[in-house]
Design a protein around this ligand. Structure first.
Ligand SMILES: Cc1cc2nc3c(=O)[nH]c(=O)nc-3n(C[C@H](O)[C@H](O)[C@H](O)COP(=O)(O)OP(=O)(O)OC[C@H]3O[C@@H](n4cnc5c(N)ncnc54)[C@H](O)[C@@H]3O)c2cc1C
Length: 422
């Protein structure tokens, strides 16, 4: 009987496992995750879960019992430590570092033989080599256990939170922490928050949103060190000034979890290089989700996407590819965020958006609009802010590749469907 192994405890792993069964795979399946929880999704960790509005049930993709019912051997708190593509084996064991106890660490390592293997190892928080980062009260946010710890710190309100970094995680946690009644300072090296993700104009819109909600957002600052007393954080030194802090969150991005892939000498770029069918350079080894840099047939290059929808949709493509079915990952990257009273969805190709011009449809000041990134008359990205049920049309505009009438694109009274029908 065939044995398929999935390494990972996130949405890519869970969605691949589910698809393997719904596509009729009846062989043995093992899912290995170093965390102590069944695979779960991370977006709520900085939003509803952190706010205490969502519980574990909303975060976990399927309860452990589902894996048992599906005949899937779910190994939690277990690290996949070695991958040997030539022998078709993966060795379990070694210390876990994500809130698991690294199952197998105490006993003899166990080696599994696989027919097909999926690497869905995701990403880990980037560390900041800075004095004081080891103090109690200093956090990163990637795992459920880290979210629980932050929730204990911030849930009652009245604390001073300093966020280092104004990326999505910093901005979302800032908004949630304010909502819980904490004081929030965000420290950013660049001139505008989120500028890398959405450009300076949209980044400024997010800045105003945070400032209107009482966040002290300081840009172009140089974080020097984190200071504390009796082993616990008390502040962050910024350009010679100490900003008091009860809690510090370092949110300076994530890096793909490459240990296993490197050990197996898989081809890598910014992540594990895979083709459009999510095949790595090693036979019978596939990769999906945050860890994979997949060749995108539309943009004609590899791209890595650290987004929920990427994990959700790439897992099933990898599963079909593992089964030898037609499989091609050609999704338009999609991201969403919720901060204060702002909800937004962003679709588009980052590499094309970097060179594009912004066209705004609606009212930025009221934070109700769609921003389009337009390159030579073609829409290559679109972000709907507090405007709903348009994401599908935005994606169709992008995938059509047609040039659009910019005046009509700008005009909210012209239905988006009309632009498509030209
Ligand atoms: C706080 C937070 C908020 C987010 N909010 C949003 C959002 O609003 N919108 C959005 O689009 N995206 C958001 N994201 C990004 C999104 O969650 C990720 O893109 C998604 O989690 C990627 O899923 P994945 O399955 O590829 O990897 P991951 O979710 O990172 O899962 C990888 C898993 O593999 C395990 N693992 C790694 N190596 C090994 C090994 N050797 N052995 C065993 N197990 C291993 C890890 O412990 C982990 O459990 C957010 C991320 C975070 C952290």
């Amino acid at each position: 009987m065939s044995h398929f192994v999935i390494v990972g405890g996130g949405l890519a792993a869970a969605s691949a496992a589910e698809t393997l069964r719904t596509e009729g795979f009846e062989g043995e399946m093992t899912v290995v995750t170093r965390e102590r929880h069944a695979p779960y999704q991370r977006p709520p960790l900085s939003k509803g879960y952190l706010a205490g509005k969502e519980g574990l049930d909303e975060v976990i993709v399927h309860p452990a019992q589902w894996y048992a019912e599906q005949g899937i051997d779910l190994r939690t708190a277990t690290t996949a430590a070695r991958l040997d593509p030539a022998a078709h084996t993966v060795t379990l064991g070694g210390a876990g570092s994500d809130g698991g106890d690294g199952g197998g660490g105490g006993g003899a390592p166990e080696t599994l033989r696989y027919d097909k293997l999926l690497l869905a190892t995701g990403a880990v928080s980037r560390t900041l080599p800075i004095e004081g980062a080891e103090l109690d009260g200093v956090y990163t946010l990637r795992t459920l256990d880290e979210a629980d710890a932050l929730r204990r710190e911030l849930g009652g309100g009245g604390r001073s939170l300093v966020l280092i970094g104004s990326g999505w995680i910093g901005m979302e946690v800032g908004a949630t922490a304010r909502g819980l009644g904490n004081s929030v300072t965000i420290l950013e090296r660049e001139a505008v928050p989120l500028a890398v993700a959405v450009g300076p104009e949209m980044g400024t819109m997010f800045r105003r949103l945070h400032e209107a909600n009482g966040v002290d957002l300081r840009t172009q600052v140089n974080v020097e060190r984190i200071v504390g007393r009796d082993g616990h954080v008390t502040g962050v030194v910024v350009d010679g000034e100490t900003v008091p802090a009860d809690v510090v969150l370092i949110g300076v991005g994530a890096v793909p979890a490459m240990e296993l892939a490197r050990d197996a000498q898989l081809a890598e770029g910014n992540g594990i290089l895979v083709d459009a069918a999510l095949r790595t350079s090693a036979p019978d080894v596939f990769a999906a989700g945050d860890v994979a840099s997949a060749f995108h047939p539309v943009v004609g290059r590899h791209q890595r996407s650290e987004h929920w929808a990427n994990a959700l949709n790439a897992g099933p493509v990898a599963a079909r590819s593992m089964l030898g079915l037609p499989a091609r990952f050609a999704q338009i990257p999609y991201f969403y965020t919720d901060q204060f009273d702002l909800g937004m969805e962003l679709s588009g190709y980052p590499s094309l958006m970097a060179e594009a011009k912004l066209v705004i449809r609606g009212d930025i000041d009221r934070r109700e609009f769609i921003a389009f990134w337009v390159d030579h008359g073609r829409v290559v990205g679109g972000m709907n802010v507090n405007v709903w049920d348009v994401n599908e049309q935005v994606q169709e505009l992008i995938s059509s590749g047609e040039t659009v009438d910019l005046a009509a694109l700008r005009d909210p009274s012209t239905p988006l469907e009309r632009l498509l029908a030209r």
